[in-house]
Design a protein around this ligand. Structure first.
Ligand SMILES: Cc1cc2nc3c(=O)[nH]c(=O)nc-3n(C[C@H](O)[C@H](O)[C@H](O)COP(=O)(O)OP(=O)(O)OC[C@H]3O[C@@H](n4cnc5c(N)ncnc54)[C@H](O)[C@@H]3O)c2cc1C
Length: 312
């Protein structure tokens, strides 16, 4: 079995699926993507209405618990789901298609990240999508990998009542949270195609898996990135119960998500010196920000007979 690839991508979630597709597209490079979770999918992934099942089933969910915070839920640990398996969190998420706020990208750019401002990002958002009803309008694309559908929730009287109430309370109405203005009340557009979830694996990874130069390992958890000097050269992993080492000729890309990627950096000796020392990990490169400053929104569900409202 090949143990040597040009690119090794760690994590086949939203980001990893796109990377695997793009890097293997021209056929010049061998690309390997490692996914800790299982291959395939399931009825609960495909069926939009079964979304909540993944909050109880652990097969496709890392099901983390955040450290208790006295200000939240009286200090109870906060359940922190994260997807596991092909598509990662896009296989268990709420399928709401909402781009980041314009101001957030502009702030990234202002911090020195050239090319990450909203004006530069917008053409890529448009390129990536195929919008069922808004294709060809200034903010939406046609023919891209990501299928976006118009919401059907508008047909539910409870949803209409909720939107009406917000309107009466003075909130502006908004029919497109990815358009010129993201503020207001309205219906989300969705990553759903023909009534089924259409996650990152459906959009990017699965179509690319027919290529000879793309290798996908599932049940393959990266344990450590190996360095020669300051250059990463290999990944140690546990694959279907067996320890393996894969070497990268060009690059190793971490796309294990906002929680797992910093953890893998720390396991590899990159992070805050005190944290690494306490864990008995030999430090290779001091980078104090690794594993810090994660911001996450709270999700509160209000359940009513035959309808559930999600407030974010
Ligand atoms: C319950 C839930 C609901 C959400 N709802 C929405 C929504 O409605 N709309 C929206 O826009 N966003 C939503 N999100 C957020 C969105 O899904 C994520 O921001 C996005 O999927 C993150 O992409 P990612 O590639 O960074 O990580 P992920 O998609 O989480 O992918 C990381 C992948 O890496 C794998 N991995 C991790 N560590 C390793 C390792 N060491 N070795 C090998 N593989 C590894 C994981 O198993 C996973 O498959 C939701 C998220 C959750 C959890």
């Amino acid at each position: 079995m090949n143990e040597n690839f040009d690119y090794i991508v760690v994590g086949a979630g939203s980001a990893g699926s796109v990377l695997a597709d793009r890097l293997s597209a021209d056929g010049r490079y061998s690309v390997c993507i490692l996914e800790a979770g299982p291959g395939g999918d399931s009825f609960t992934i495909r069926t939009p209405g079964a979304f909540a099942a993944h909050m109880f089933l652990k097969k496709y969910n890392w099901a983390f618990n955040a450290r208790p915070d006295q200000k939240l839920r009286d200090g109870e640990p906060l359940f922190t789901p994260r997807g596991k398996g092909l598509g990662g969190s896009s296989s268990i998420n709420g399928m709401l298609y909402v781009r980041g706020q314009k101001e957030d990208y502009d702030e990234w750019e202002a911090l020195g990240n050239e090319g990450w401002g909203y004006r530069e990002m917008l053409p890529y958002f448009i390129k990536s999508e195929h919008h069922e009803t808004l294709s060809g309008t200034p903010y939406h694309g046609k023919g891209g990998n990501l299928h976006i559908s118009a919401p059907e929730t508008a047909e539910y009287p409870m949803s209409e009542a909720f939107v009406d109430a917000a309107r009466q309370a003075g909130f502006p109405c908004n029919s497109d949270f990815n358009g010129a203005n993201q503020e207001g009340v309205g219906y989300f557009h969705l990553n759903i195609k023909n009534g089924r979830r259409f996650g990152a694996a459906d959009a990017y990874l699965k179509p690319a898996m027919t290529r000879q130069n793309l290798t996908v390992f599932t049940d393959a958890q990266a344990k450590k990135v190996v360095f020669e000097g300051k250059r990463s050269v290999a990944v140690e992993l546990r694959h279907k119960g067996r320890d393996r080492v894969l070497r990268a000729n060009r690059e190793i890309i971490l796309s294990g998500g906002a929680i797992n990627s910093p953890q893998l950096l720390q396991l590899s000796g990159i992070g805050d010196r005190d944290i690494l020392e306490n864990l008995g990990i030999r430090g290779l490169h001091e980078l104090p920000g690794v594993g810090k400053n994660l911001q996450e929104h709270v999700d509160a569900c209000v359940l009513a007979p035959s309808v559930s409202l999600v407030v974010q």
